[in-house]
Design a protein around this ligand. Structure first.
Ligand code: C5P
Length: 208
């Protein structure tokens, strides 16, 4: 079983992915972490994320299996991630890892759920179930702002909102793998609790 979840920043796709993974005993991959790992490496090296050579070198350097670092969650890292994510060369390098994760999940797991921007459109176009999870920009900025505070990271609500607006624009308008709805159930989480979103997703899966 493969489940693809796409959507903009802080829409709740990661929360839904984890709940579905637990419910169906699936392996779970937050693909944003792969791009963030590149962004974080480039930031630490004080290099320019707009430089293709720098971005491609970062893909070779990063250990895709160890992407748990809390520092991946700063908005600066997210900005760098979204800049390198516009390079087709970078996306191509990450494709194999993501597809392998989806098709050959760890032993004991019955499949995989991946969340990101291009899972249903590019990484797993043949996924059994596809969701596009979204919410208003204000709701998403507030969620991300609270998350930063909980993790003791810096940022004001206004700066988080501005970062999210800029990142949405970049992710939606880039030439390669833009964020878009492809054969997916659209779920607006603005006024829903994580459990309500999960219930909606389950009933879609059960009736499909
Ligand atoms: O999901 P998250 O906000 O952590 O992703 C960080 C950035 O990585 C996104 O803004 C996007 O530019 C990029 N990304 C992507 N494709 C994915 C996952 C993330 O382009 N599948």
């Amino acid at each position: 079983m493969i489940i693809a979840i796409d959507g903009p920043a802080a829409s709740g796709k990661g929360t839904l992915a984890k709940k579905l993974a637990t419910h169906f005993n699936l392996a779970c991959l937050d693909t944003g972490r792969l791009y963030r790992a590149l962004g974080s490496t480039i930031l630490k090296d004080r290099k320019d994320p707009k430089d293709l050579k720098v971005a491609v070198n970062a893909v070779k350097k990063v250990d895709l299996k160890s992407i748990q670092d809390i520092e991946l969650y700063t908005e600066k890292v997210a900005e760098y991630a979204s800049i390198v994510a516009s390079f087709p060369e970078v996306r191509k390098e990450l494709l194999g890892f993501q597809r392998e994760f989806a098709n050959y999940p760890p032993k004991g797991k019955l499949g995989a759920v991946l969340d990101g921007r291009d899972i249903g459109s590019v990484v797993c176009p043949g996924a059994d179930y596809k969701f596009f999870v979204t919410a208003s920009q204000e709701v998403r900025a507030l969620r991300r702002y609270k998350q930063l505070q909980e993790n003791g990271l810096k940022g004001t609500y206004a700066s988080v909102l501005a970062d999210i607006e800029q990142r949405d624009e970049r992710d939606r308008t880039r030439k390669v793998s833009p964020l878009k709805v492809v054969d997916a159930l659209v779920v607006d989480t603005s006024d829903k609790t994580p459990n309500e979103v999960f219930t909606d997703a389950l009933s879609y899966i059960n009736t499909k």
